[in-house]
Design a protein around this ligand. Structure first.
Ligand SMILES: [Zn+2]
Ligand SMILES: [Zn+2]
Length: 351
């Protein structure tokens, strides 16, 4: 893990910048309407350089069958707001500055050379041997073919004991996933127990926030697919996507000391940073990691990065994740049959 830096938005709102001598009650009155950014007024906060097209309003059908107006956001394959990678160390002598991270048991570990060297002890399994004992060279998927073969649920045996990473340059030309998110959240009739393949939502930084990484399947094949210091990595279908929120996403200050908003969930509710402004975690979160706050409304707070679950579930009806930005979102057609929308069928790539 290299040193993290904040790309926080320093002075987004006039009121938040607070010219000295301002009447505090006047500030409060100005901040209040901005307390939470729904999809309707959040479009302007997305990093424009990370979008493949201007956000637009489209008709959509949500997962529970509600017809709605949605914000359609098409991302570039990787964000421009921060540098992605590195993931796999090249040699067991490589340090955390040229390596990513791994998540296990609620904790974040540097996936550096020493970690790779220690895998058999860490997982108490002598079948781990991801490096050449003579040279220390680590086995890495260093081509599009090997990254695709290693990312299959049934990992090609020749790529077992490999550190798996895919580069943005391996992606098909024109890959630009589109996220269709309701302008006004509609509560779900049945709350699913977890976030499905449609993903958690989209960060203002211009990155997809994804469902839990299938680390059990990855480890079962004696592979590891590290995340970079922003908690993300690349697969051939979704491009760059984040499984754990670290301290490098753009934060839009919330009102009243309620922390910062980092993006939108697929059901249109706001996604807030883990901590409130005082550095404490809210204590009244529901199973989805959401809560209702007077003057702010319902929203989520993201989980600790080591948990490999950015939020627990969606309380509202979700929109779509589309491969084709021109496709119409009807999330009700694929409800309960992940992935939602026109994303590739499960099995082709589950990373
Ligand atoms: Zn909150
Ligand atoms: Zn992934």
């Amino acid at each position: 893990m290299k040193a993290l830096y904040l790309t926080g938005v320093a002075c987004f709102f006039m009121a938040a910048c607070g010219a000295p001598g301002n009447d505090p009650s006047e500030d409060a009155a100005e901040i209040s309407p901005q307390a939470i950014l729904s999809a309707q007024n959040a479009a302007q906060y997305f990093d424009r350089d990370s979008l493949a097209a201007d956000p637009k309003i489209v008709d959509c059908t949500l997962s529970g069958g509600a017809t709605a107006k949605c914000l359609s956001i098409t991302l570039k394959p990787a964000p421009e707001s921060f540098t992605i990678g590195p993931w796999c160390p090249r040699n067991i002598s490589d340090g955390p500055d040229v390596s990513g991270i791994w998540l296990e048991g609620g904790k974040v570990y540097d996936a550096d050379g020493a970690f790779i060297q220690n895998m058999s002890t860490f997982y108490d399994d002598s079948d781990w041997q991801m490096f050449d004992p003579a040279t220390g060279k680590i086995n890495i998927t260093d081509s599009k073919i090997s990254c695709a073969a290693a990312a299959r649920p049934d990992v090609d045996p020749q790529y077992q004991n490999h550190c798996v990473e895919c580069q943005i340059s391996y992606l098909d030309e024109g890959l630009s996933p589109t996220y269709v998110i309701p302008l006004h959240p509609v509560p779900a009739l049945n709350i699913a127990p977890r976030v499905d393949h449609g993903g958690v939502g989209v960060a203002f930084s211009g990155a997809r926030l994804d469902a839990s990484a299938p680390t059990d399947a990855i480890l079962a094949a004696h592979t590891v697919a590290p995340f970079d210091d922003c908690g993300g990595h690349v697969n051939l279908n979704a491009g760059y996507h984040i499984h754990a929120v670290m301290d490098c996403l753009t934060e839009v200050p919330g009102a009243g000391g309620h922390g910062s908003q980092i993006g939108l969930a697929m059901d249109g509710y706001g996604l807030f940073a883990r901590y409130l402004s005082g550095g404490v975690e809210p204590t009244d979160l529901d199973q989805c990691r959401g809560h209702e706050v007077d003057g702010i409304g319902y929203h989520y707070h993201v989980n600790a990065p080591g948990e490999n679950a950015i939020i627990g579930c969606h309380s509202g009806q979700t929109g779509c994740t589309l491969e084709d930005s021109g496709a119409v979102c009807d999330s009700s057609q694929v409800q309960g049959r992940p992935p939602r929308g026109n994303v590739p069928p499960p099995g082709r790539d589950n990373r």
